[in-house]
Design a protein around this ligand. Sequence first.
Ligand code: COA
Length: 224
Amino acid sequence: MSYFKHDSAYVDDGAAIGAGTKIWHFCHVQAGAKIGENCILGQNVNIAGDVVIGNGVKIQNNVTVYTGAQIDDYCFLGPSCVFTNVTNPRSEINRHSLYEKTHLKRGATLGANSTIVCGTTLGRYSLVAAGAVVTKDVPDYALMMGVPARQTAWVSRHGHILAKVGALDGIYTCPESGLRYELKAGTLRCFDLDEDALLPETMRQGVKTYDELKGVQEFCKWHS
Ligand SMILES: CC(C)(COP(=O)(O)OP(=O)(O)OC[C@H]1O[C@@H](n2cnc3c(N)ncnc32)[C@H](O)[C@@H]1OP(=O)(O)O)[C@@H](O)C(=O)NCCC(=O)NCCS
């Protein structure tokens, strides 16, 4: 076995787990689930059958990932966040063959205690605030807050606000990494890096807190 499983966790026959993945106390990975390499499943995580999870995904305590969910590489699922897979559940009616999909694209983050209503796709490097309820598709790099969740800003791959939603088109620089992002016609893209490539090792160590870097971005943007 090239992955780690705590003695209190269950991994059913027929589940596939990648090398280097760690599965902590009281987890249950059900038959048919596929989990990539170097993932972390915190305490009390349940992965249903047919769920596909990419590489480098971190799942905090008390999360159930239901059938219908696809979690791409390097997503972060905050503690006690909630997935759903039936829009109109009724105890008397069996909809096991009708589970709806939820897709988290590469690098997306779900804040603590957020809820994702099924049938939604969350864009690459999007960030859902703690306690938010996502009811619609989320653009790449969008910061979503509130109930129902609305986009309030654009965030960098390092999770810093680059611009408020509705900001002018232009180039915005992440205060932590120095990477430049282009906002154009309602879409944000990284100017300097392949968004599907791993971050260089030198950019993967945080050295300043969120608050220390907050506001700095105001000094490093320019508009087209
Ligand atoms: C959303 C977040 C990224 C901060 O964004 P921000 O724009 O820098 O937020 P600020 O602290 O400047 O607050 C701005 C306003 O939003 C509100 N706000 C902050 N976080 C909020 C949240 N999660 N939901 C609703 N409102 C929130 C603040 O109260 C403030 O309101 P005010 O202007 O009326 O005073 C952060 O609060 C958050 O939720 N992070 C996720 C943390 C988490 O779940 N981590 C999990 C693993 S540890």
